[in-house]
Write a protein that binds this ligand. Structure first.
Ligand code: MSP
Length: 707
């Protein structure tokens, strides 16, 4: 049996979990569930990083021992993983790794010993003893070079960390060094020979240019007298290992490296190498230091390092308790289903880039994509099967003598069209998922929902039900819809395990099968005629946006400083884990937010007159594949005539009645003999620039101005 190993970072045990931590776990959990569906034996690791000066300090402030501090934070992590169904009991992680486990000490010591006797690719000892003189940021757990800190005005004061804005510690002591500088060529060769080693590509380029810029040797120990909370250096107990050295090695000790005889170990040989999921903030540690350590220890390199972006607030600012724009896990838990949160995280963030997270956005997506989208498709399909077919899955075929009747009501007599649409979508969905393009994959899933909605709306089953002669046509429509719903459940199960299991059992199927239902082996027609459906219940209840938002803001007001559980923990500085990370050499803000390279003044933006419009009529422009000719009401006396290059993607009928955004003060121009008196705004997706029309999820009157 194939095996697969996926990891999240292990999180610092100085502060309580927040949305960022939850996010990486959701991504890893989705990948793990998807692999399990494919019959691959999968091991999923998450956990906590419990050593180092930062945890020592956090504990001291609270009057706890470092171990008590770690236990306290771990109890919150365990609570979070249980609440969000990410723990073993709910089919989530296989190990919650803790670096204070004795078996980890054993494995790390073995790893150190191997590196201590190794030579670098340039033939020098990989570890040597020297003297470290420099600045260290405790919250980053990182030594800082001159370009990574801000010098104080007063030369007697320490510089401050650019990320945390807190003073750095002066370190001047004997230390063991890892000869990282000798690994530059080996690392560059690695990135070149294995282009998929660091993903996405833009991050690989950043890492490569960081290495090309020259590597400095890394101090990998502290004197025990300065940092005692850590793993002792083997055979030299006056030194404690650098926390990142100890932490990275968790990925192998968890499986059994250096502690092979541990009862219950998953097996290093069986599962290594891993796919490491990390935020871009810690890419350097994983894509530069970690492979170099492994090369020195003679251990196989990871499968890949996959870096995601950071969650920002809806205005694109970093989340911070001072601003009061953090996303609270207990609020998420109180108002939203686990699946809605998972869906939003994966749909909203274009993987690899930064994303914006706000409660309003989450409510809007939950209502439009889940309640009105998947939920509505499921309940209308099942309700009609209940009403028109006595609650049994009907036959899907239309006999030849009924073809004419079916055609008359606009129904395709052959279900091949819908079957091949769904099959094609399945293949695309899987392709995107394997490339970590979760958002694209979900878009494809929702194109199936749109297609089915259209099929139902056009066929009008409620009218077909009135005509006995049309019973086969009615059955075929309902069968197609239910069968496609079955496919959607299998595809979406790793993303929304709870809701898909619910829909699956409403379809009359055993939800256990979803966990191992391989989406690649789905074949059209698998839903058996006559299956008794289950009780039909709404899967995604509509969320009352106003009520929820009022309650959230009231709670924030009454708690004064917008308190979060994390504030209870010392050392959880307001910015400690929510700041955008320091860019690696070559990374720019424009890189994180694609297409944004320069800023404009508000006055520049105000020059564009954007209006809410509604499409009144739409038709294809003769002899043009691309152009639709529309009349759009933007609240003026007469509708505007607007041409849009969207005909390859939108049917004319589909546009009628739609709310759109129109650029109203664009100079009119002629295309194919028609004057276009404005422009419809759309997102441009993928290399082929597929348009996705901008619209509104709430009522917006025609002519209203967008500001
Ligand atoms: N302990 C180290 C990791 C050691 S791994 C061998 C560490 N811990 S951390 O608690 O700071 O967690 C960092 C990780 O949390 C990020 O890489 C990312 O996975 C997640 N996130 C923290 N804040 C985040 C956002 N605002 N947005 C998305 N993910 C974020 O670094």
């Amino acid at each position: 049996m194939d095996s697969f190993y996926v990891t999240t970072p292990i999180y610092y045990a100085n502060s309580l979990p927040h949305l960022g931590h939850l996010y990486t776990m959701i991504v890893a959990d989705t990948i793990a569930r998807h692999k399990r569906q494919q019959g691959v034996e999968t091991f999923f690791l998450t956990g906590t990083d419990e050593h180092g000066i930062n945890i020592e300090r956090a504990a001291m402030k609270e009057g706890r021992t470092p171990q008590e501090q770690a236990d306290y934070v771990v109890s919150y992590y365990k609570k979070m993983t249980a609440e969000f169904a990410l723990d073993t009991e709910h089919g989530g992680y296989d190990i919650f790794m803790r670096t204070t486990e004795p078996f980890h000490y054993q494995g790390v010591s073995e790893f150190w010993r191997r590196v201590a006797i190794a030579t670098t690719p340039k033939g020098n000892p990989a570890i040597y003893k020297g003297h470290y003189e420099g600045w260290f940021c405790a919250p980053c757990a990182e030594y800082k070079t001159e370009d990574e800190y801000l010098k104080a005005r007063n030369p007697d004061d320490p510089p401050t960390c650019l990320i945390h804005e807190t003073p750095l510690d002066r370190v001047s002591e004997d230390s063991y060094f890892f000869r990282l500088s000798d690994f530059d060529e080996a690392l560059l060769e690695l990135y070149q020979s294995r282009p998929d080693f660091v993903r996405p590509e833009s991050r690989r380029n950043e890492v490569a240019s960081f290495v090309r810029g020259g590597l400095q040797d890394l101090s990998v120990s502290r004197l025990k007298t300065s940092v005692s909370w850590g793993i002792p250096v083997p055979d030299d107990p006056d030194h404690t290992m650098y926390v990142w050295f100890d932490a990275l090695i968790n990925y192998v000790t968890a499986l059994g490296f250096g502690n092979e005889d541990r009862a219950g170990a998953a097996g290093f040989q069986k599962f290594w190498p891993a796919l490491h999921l990390v935020g871009k903030d810690i890419l350097r540690f994983h894509a530069v230091y970690w492979p170099a350590f492994l090369m020195a220890a003679g251990v196989e390199l990871p499968r890949a390092i996959v870096a995601h972006g950071m969650w920002l607030d809806p205005n694109g600012r970093k989340m911070s308790k001072t601003i009061g724009n953090t996303i609270e896990l207990d609020v998420l838990n109180r108002y939203f289903s686990i699946d809605a949160v998972r869906y939003f995280c994966l749909r909203e963030m274009v993987f690899g880039q930064d994303g914006r997270f706000g409660y309003e956005g989450l409510i809007d997506r939950a209502n439009s994509d889940l309640a009105s989208g998947l939920g509505n498709l499921s309940s209308r399909t099942l309700t009609m099967i209940g009403r028109y077919c006595n609650g049994r899955i009907p036959a899907g075929r239309i006999a030849e003598d009924k073809f004419l009747l079916a055609k008359r009501s606009g129904v395709d007599t052959d279900d091949n069209a819908i079957a091949s649409f769904v099959e094609h979508a399945r293949n695309e969905f899987l392709l995107h998922l394997s490339g970590f393009a979760f958002s694209r994959a979900l878009e494809v899933g929702w194109s199936v929902i749109a297609r089915l909605d259209k099929m139902i709306t056009e066929a009008k089953p409620w009218d077909l039900a009135k005509d006995e002669n049309q019973s086969q046509t009615l059955n075929a429509i309902l069968y197609r819809s239910a069968e496609a719903l079955r496919w959607l459940c299998v595809l979406l199960h790793p993303v929304m395990p709870v809701a898909t299991a619910e829909i699956y059992s409403q379809l009359g199927l055993s939800s256990d099968a979803l966990r191992t239902g391989n989406p690649s082996s789905l074949s059209w027609g698998g839903l058996t005629e006559g299956t008794q459906i289950g009780e039909v219940k709404p899967v995604f209840p509509r969320l009352d946006k106003k009520k929820i938002m009022d309650e959230i803001s009231k709670a924030n007001d009454s708690s004064g400083a917008h308190a979060t559980a994390a504030e209870a923990v010392p050392g959880a500085t307001a910015t400690s884990e929510t700041q955008p990370p320091p860019p690696l050499t070559g990374a720019t803000e424009a890189d994180a937010v694609p297409g944004v390279s320069t800023f404009i003044e508000i006055g520049d933006f105000a020059k564009v007159d954007l209006r809410v419009g509604q499409v009144l009529t739409a038709e294809r422009v003769p002899k043009s594949d691309k152009l639709l000719l529309m009349s759009i009401d933007i609240g003026e006396e007469k509708p505007r005539q607007v041409l849009a290059g969207i005909a390859e993607y939108y049917e004319a009928d589909q546009m009628v009645g739609r709310k759109v955004v129109v650029v109203a003060n664009l100079k009119p121009r002629k295309l194919r003999g028609y004057e276009s008196q404005g422009m419809v705004v759309a997102a441009s997706i993928g290399p082929e620039g597929r348009p996705v029309i901008a619209t509104f999820t709430e009522e917006a009157p025609n002519g209203a101005r967008l500001k």
